[in-house]
Write a protein that binds this ligand. Structure first.
Ligand code: MN
Length: 388
């Protein structure tokens, strides 16, 4: 391969972008005692120059990440000095790190049982973590799920590296083959589940959608409410029958509310003070209303709480009863058992400041959580689309 620009064009023509550039400091005979840790400075120079070449290839191909796996180690005690080898490794990493430009990054991989029988220079996540920590924020760790001892708790490593902001990439191999042969989860699917659990449990702020998707009404002008409290009746996408909407609306109108229902006009009896507003994005509607009446589905409830708006909840299915119980425990909602209780609950809620205060407290706590975009960039930086 002489022209990496052409490679990038070819990849782009196929709709593929080039992700990570893998260095190769393990196939040349010069590297039989290691590459960047080799005792001979000439061999180390050759390896470091190769790594810097990789940075140029990244520029030509649009890749932003250099993946480092070093086949460096010694096969018996006394063949070389362990501490000197770590120092040489650090020096090489320093030089490559200093050569990074723009958004380029280093990803450091580790492997317990290769290459060396006696001592491998980057054998485990602790070694990789220590080097990347010393280097700085542009150096991250690659977890290869195949590169551990039996019974290693890989999800612990994942959780730890996430918390430190140092996890950047996975190689999803199975320990039973270690590389490129058997995929993680092939023999222990539950292990993959446990690893993914650590990823999805990261603190993340619920953010109500406002995108224009098919069937969604945006740019809505809400009907004027006068001095009546404006109440949004929404049961999300999984619950919603005409009888329920009508009974809720009637009870709320009797209690003095102006009622907006997120449904189509044919699914609710429109009458004075009741308006079907279609499926509107909650992010757009919530700032305009005083109260939500819903089923405590997680999407609607979190969006409502993030906005600091109290709710009346009539849970129906699935996780809704549990969600409702937690909102009630935080004094941000009132639980009802029949639609006819919605009106009296409205009076209770509007007549007592502690519900609005409870909802506001939760909104403040939610605002402290990291935004989804920040969380995503801690693991996978958003890549501009259409770029190779
Ligand atoms: Mn790997």
């Amino acid at each position: 391969m002489d022209d990496y620009g052409k490679l990038a064009e070819h990849a782009a023509a196929l709709g593929v972008s080039i992700g990570v550039i893998n260095s190769n400091t393990f196939q040349d005979d010069d590297y039989r005692l290691g590459s960047v840790c080799h005792p001979d400075p000439a061999v180390r120079r050759k390896a470091i120059d190769h790594l810097k070449d990789c940075l140029r290839i990244m520029d030509a191909t649009g890749s932003r990440e250099l993946k480092l796996w070093f086949a460096d180690g010694i096969n018996y005690p006394g063949r070389d000095d362990l501490t000197d080898r770590q120092r040489r490794l650090a020096d090489a990493l320093d030089e490559v790190y200093a050569a990074l430009t723009g958004e380029q990054r280093i990803l450091l991989e580790y492997k317990l049982f290769e290459p060396a029988f006696y001592a491998t220079d980057v054998p485990d996540w602790g070694t990789a973590y220590a080097h990347t920590l010393r280097l700085g924020p542009k150096a991250k760790v690659v977890v290869d799920t195949g590169h551990h001892a039996p019974h290693t708790n890989i999800e612990f490593i994942v959780a730890f590296l996430i918390a430190q902001g140092k996890l950047r990439a996975f190689d999803f191999n199975s320990r039973f083959y270690a590389d490129d042969d058997l995929m993680v989860g092939a023999t222990d699917p539950f292990q993959l589940f446990r690893i993914m659990h650590e990823i999805v449990r990261m603190d993340i702020r619920p953010v109500a959608h406002r995108d224009a998707v098919p069937g969604l009404t945006t740019g809505l002008t809400l009907p004027p409410a006068g001095d009546r409290p404006r109440v949004l009746v929404t049961t999300g996408t999984s619950v919603g029958d005409r009888e329920l909407f009508d009974a809720l609306a009637q009870s709320l109108v009797e209690a003095g509310a102006e009622v907006l229902v997120t449904t189509t006009p044919d699914a609710v009896v429109e009458r004075p003070h009741v308006h079907a507003i279609g499926f509107a994005p909650l992010a757009e509607v919530l700032p305009e209303i005083d109260l939500v009446v819903g089923a405590a589905g997680s999407g609607t409830l979190l969006a409502t709480l993030a906005n600091g708006t109290p709710s009346i909840l009539l849970p129906q299915i699935a996780d809704q009863p549990a969600n409702a119980a937690r909102a009630v425990a935080h004094e941000s909602a009132v639980l009802i058992e029949t639609p006819e209780q919605a009106g009296p609950a409205l009076s209770t809620l509007l007549g007592d400041d502690r519900y609005r205060a409870g909802a506001r407290r939760l909104a403040e706590a939610i605002a402290e959580m990291p935004h989804p975009e920040d969380v995503a960039s801690r693991i996978f930086d958003a890549r501009p689309t259409g770029r190779v």
